[in-house]
Write a protein that binds this ligand. Structure first.
Ligand SMILES: *[C@@H]1O[C@H](CO)[C@@H](O)[C@H](O)[C@H]1NC(C)=O
Ligand SMILES: *[C@@H]1O[C@H](CO)[C@@H](O)[C@H](O)[C@H]1NC(C)=O
Ligand SMILES: [Zn+2]
Length: 308
């Protein structure tokens, strides 16, 4: 009898450990290299109303059942699978060798040096895969391509997802956010958004999204064309987004920050507008690339049918 009790207690210990491990894996601890869930959710929520009708139909067709028809519901999926798909982990970011500019050949690789294995290569990759939507010969899992693209577009706009190699995009720079210890990367993924939600939006994410959307139709409306445009006939230009991010990382994220710095009101008020604008840009660009690829897919299919 006694032995059994002991075993039971040991079992409970095991399950407790397992549960803690699962909580840790599922993002209960500050996650390396990822806008928080809120950041990604906002990016996709901003993209949704900008999707054209045929694009929306294709997106609905590709979304997994669990999304319940809402793209934003699966915009953090890529973070959930980064341990299961180990190869995908470097696709969430790109690092430079301590300089404030981005060069594809120099910077876009994983730790083994494989070219293209960074967030820039990933956006090109999943855009190209989605371009095969409607082709009968398509060999990709386009549901995953859509979820990856939607996530990485968000990641690439977080300035510290194009940060310095040496400090892992701010992950190794310990700072205080008001009273709490955290790291600089986490400040940009999560803390700035969280504090804004609490201070200005009554902890209601949809109010924060509304405020960003109002700027899109108002203050920023003249800039949207610029955000969407890429040189040449490219449907997306992640090189440009990475260049913008590392510039913002130098001018705002890293600026005046030293290890063990305390970041408070000054930092918060001057950086929040950058965070909100980057979320808006990511949403607009995600919608733009999906529209260019998927709205056209209907025409593509019609053309093929007529050829037969
Ligand atoms: C491209 O996508 C495939 C399928 O998900 C993946 O195996 C490959 O690593 C990706 N490469 C890049 C650079 O994203
Ligand atoms: C709206 O735009 C202004 C001017 O760029 C900016 O200061 C402000 O932070 C923006 N607000 C939101 C919610 O994006
Ligand atoms: Zn990510």
């Amino acid at each position: 009898m006694e032995r059994e009790d002991e075993d039971e207690i040991k079992d409970m210990g095991f399950f407790l450990h397992l549960r803690l491990l699962l909580i840790a894996l599922s993002g209960g601890v500050p996650c390396i290299h990822a806008w928080g869930k809120e950041g990604h959710f906002m990016v996709c929520k901003i993209a949704e109303p900008l999707l054209k009708e045929d694009t929306m139909r294709a997106v609905q067709d590709l979304l997994p059942e669990v999304a319940g028809g809402d793209l934003a519901a699966v915009c953090s999926w890529a973070d959930e699978v980064r341990f299961r798909y180990r190869w995908s982990s470097p696709l969430h970011y790109v690092n430079t060798p301590g300089v404030c500019n981005f060069q594809y050949k120099r910077d876009c690789h994983n730790s083994k040096g494989e070219e293209g294995m960074c967030v820039v290569g990933a956006i090109n990759n999943y855009t190209a895969q989605l371009q095969t939507y409607g082709d009968s010969s398509n060999q990709y899992t386009l549901t995953e391509s859509l979820m990856f693209l939607s996530h990485f577009m968000g990641d690439e706009h977080q300035p510290l997802h194009a940060g310095f190699e040496e400090d892992e995009g701010g992950n190794t720079i310990r700072v205080r956010w008001y009273r709490r210890m955290t790291n600089l990367h986490h400040v940009w993924d999560v803390n700035i958004i969280e504090t804004a939600m609490k201070d200005f939006y009554g902890d209601d994410l949809s109010l924060m999204i509304d405020a960003i959307q109002r700027n899109l139709t108002d203050g920023w409306s003249d800039e949207i064309r610029d955000w969407e445009s890429c040189s040449g006939k490219l449907v997306t230009c992640p090189n440009k987004y990475a260049s913008e991010s590392i510039r913002l990382a130098c001018d705002y994220a890293y600026k005046d920050v030293r290890p063990e710095s305390t970041l408070g009101d000054d930092y918060f008020f001057s950086r929040l507008p950058i965070v909100q604008k980057r979320i808006a840009q990511a949403g607009v660009r995600l919608a733009s690339v999906l529209n260019q690829i998927l709205d056209a897919s209907v025409g593509k299919r019609m053309a093929r049918m007529l050829q037969k």
